[in-house]
Design a binder for this molecule. Structure first.
Ligand SMILES: CC(C)(COP(=O)(O)OP(=O)(O)OC[C@H]1O[C@@H](n2cnc3c(N)ncnc32)[C@H](O)[C@@H]1OP(=O)(O)O)[C@@H](O)C(=O)NCCC(=O)NCCS
Length: 183
C-alpha cells in the first residue's frame, strides 16, 4: 500500500466538501460533540473544550491510510461550515480491512448529508485504497446510524448482545460491513 499515490483532498460531492482537519476545527467540533444527543451512542462522553483540542490534534495527522497513522479523518463541510466528520482507519494493514465512523451535527440531520459524505468516503475506500472490507459498528439502539449503514449498502452481519460496557450499562453492538466485491 505504500506505493499508492495519496488521496487528493479535499473531496467534493454535490453539497459537501470533505477536507483534512485543521487546528481551528476544535471550536466547531466541540459545538457538535459536546451535545448529549450526539454523544449518546458514542463511546465518548460529551466533549469538553480540552477533549476537542486533543481529538483534533490527533486527527491532524490522519491524512491517509498509507500514512503512518493508517487513517483518514475528514471534516464534513456544508456551505463553508463544518457540520460533522468521517473517520476511516485500517484495522488490518496487511489484508486491507478498515473500519469507518461518522458524526453529523443534528442541526444538519435528516437531509442525506451524512449519506452523501460517507458514501464518498466508501467510494474512496474501495476505488482508491482498494480495500477488501469496511466495517461499521454502532450501539444497537442507534437507529439513525443503522439506517445510514443500510442505505449505503452495508450488510448487517452481527448483533452482539451486551458486549460493551458503556456509560454505566451493558450495551448491544451492531456490526455492518461492505466488501470490495459487493459494489
Ligand atoms: C448517524 C447520523 C450521522 C445520521 O445522520 P442523518 O442526517 O440521519 O443521516 P443521513 O444523511 O443518512 O440522512 C438520512 C435522512 O435524511 C433524509 N433525506 C432527506 N433528503 C435526503 C437526500 N437528498 N438524500 C438522502 N436522504 C435524504 C432521509 O429520508 C433520511 O431520513 P430518515 O433517517 O428519517 O430515514 C447522525 O444521527 C449522528 O451523527 N448521530 C450522532 C453520532 C453517532 O451516533 N454517530 C454514529 C456512531 S456509530
Amino acid at each position: 500500500m505504500s506505493h499508492r499515490a495519496p488521496v487528493l483532498l479535499p473531496l467534493t460531492t454535490d453539497r459537501l466538501t470533505l477536507r483534512a482537519h485543521e487546528s481551528d476545527d476544535a471550536g466547531r467540533l466541540h459545538g457538535i460533540y459536546s451535545q448529549p444527543e450526539v454523544a449518546r451512542y458514542l463511546l465518548d462522553e460529551p466533549w469538553t473544550e480540552a477533549d476537542a483540542t486533543r481529538h483534533v490534534s490527533e486527527r491532524l495527522a490522519k491524512t491517509g491510510l498509507d500514512d503512518e497513522s493508517h487513517a483518514l479523518a475528514l471534516v464534513i463541510e456544508h456551505e463553508g461550515t463544518p457540520v460533522g466528520d468521517v473517520l476511516l482507519w485500517l484495522t488490518d494493514t496487511e489484508h486491507r480491512i478498515a473500519e469507518i465512523g461518522w458524526v453529523l451535527d443534528p442541526a444538519h440531520g435528516g437531509q442525506g448529508l451524512a449519506r452523501e459524505a460517507v458514501g464518498e468516503v466508501l467510494r474512496i475506500a474501495f476505488e482508491h485504497y482498494r480495500l477488501h472490507r469496511v466495517t461499521a459498528q454502532m450501539d444497537a439502539r442507534n437507529d439513525a446510524s443503522a439506517r445510514l449503514a443500510a442505505a449505503l449498502g452495508m450488510r448487517q452481519e452481527a448483533h452482539f448482545r451486551q458486549d460493551w460496557w458503556n456509560k454505566g450499562e451493558w450495551t448491544d453492538t451492531l456490526v455492518f460491513a461492505l466488501l470490495f466485491g459487493d459494489r
